[in-house]
Ligand binder design. Structure first.
Ligand SMILES: [Cu+2]
Length: 277
């Protein structure tokens, strides 16, 4: 049964995804039981109390407590779902990964109709940003005077993650409410202007060159909502370090960039750090 349902679900490449899927599955099973049960009861009542069988209304009604017991049973199952499954799941969801696990911290700032992704760079500190500095060429409003922002990496619609390393993503928005949705990571968070909300998950599978793992906007946010999509790339540890190096902002003019020993063939262009989407 579960295998059958999973044929219709997006693949799950996150550490916690199975728990989410199990909860969705259990809730659906409970609702299916209630649907069939109440449906059968409805048919029974139509037959049992039709006008031919009971021409006159009975003013006393049922004399058994069966329905109360069934209601209590349903309530008990719902309490179990809430207290045993949902609240612990919420606690795990709301508790950020421990610093000892070296989480990869990323800022994601939504706008109509794109995802701006901000990496703190090798120093691990996000450069200062300000709304007043936001422009077409500086979508995150990074302060060029802040030394901690010099090594920061900014991408558009491309989220690069590391396999088996917890990702801690601070989600925000510049204009309207969007929703940052990563179906294959079983993660979703509304992006709300003026708020930075953190989510975390751990990717467990590296993406291949032919994989298209979507970042979707799950809130109708305007006319271009349909094209507000990005892509998730999960790298192995070595590949991620390579990606960070390749996408590091150009060094100051004094250090001329060294041409690569093996030029990358035309067929597989390197992922640009920024591009218009
Ligand atoms: Cu949106």
């Amino acid at each position: 049964m579960r295998e059958f349902l999973m044929k219709y679900m997006p693949p799950d490449y996150s550490l916690h995804g199975k728990q989410i899927d199990d909860l969705i599955f259990m809730v659906h099973v409970l609702m299916a039981i209630l649907f069939v049960g109440w449906g059968l009861y409805f048919l029974y009542v139509l037959y049992r109390f039709n006008e031919k069988r009971t021409p006159r209304a009975d003013y006393i009604g049922v004399r058994t407590h069966a329905s109360s017991y069934i209601e209590a049973g349903v309530a008990a199952v719902e309490i179990i779902l809430l207290v045993v499954i949902s609240i612990p799941a919420w606690y795990r969801w709301a508790t950020p990964p421990d610093k000892s696990k070296n989480p990869l911290e990323i800022r994601v700032v939504a706008e109509q109709f794109a995802w701006n992704v901000h990496y703190p760079g090798p120093d691990g500190v996000f450069g200062r940003s300000a709304v007043t500095l936001v422009s077409a060429s500086n979508p995150l409003g990074l302060d060029p005077a802040d030394p901690q922002g010099k090594d920061d990496i900014v991408t558009l619609n491309q989220l690069h993650l590391e396999k088996d390393r917890p990702a801690l993503i601070h989600v925000s928005s510049k204009d309207v409410i969007h929703s940052f949705k990563l179906p294959v990571m079983r993660a979703e968070q509304d992006a709300i202007p003026g708020m930075s909300i953190s989510i975390h998950f751990t990717p467990v599978k590296a993406s291949g060159p032919d994989d298209h793992w979507e970042i979707a906007c799950a809130q109708l946010c305007g006319l271009g909502h349909y094209r507000m999509r990005g892509q998730i790339h999960v790298h192995t540890k070595a590949d991620f370090a390579k990606w960070l190096k390749e996408n590091a902002p150009a060094a100051p003019a004094a250090e001329a960039p060294v041409p690569p020993a093996n030029p990358i063939p035309e067929a597989t262009p390197a992922q640009p750090a920024t591009h218009s989407g």
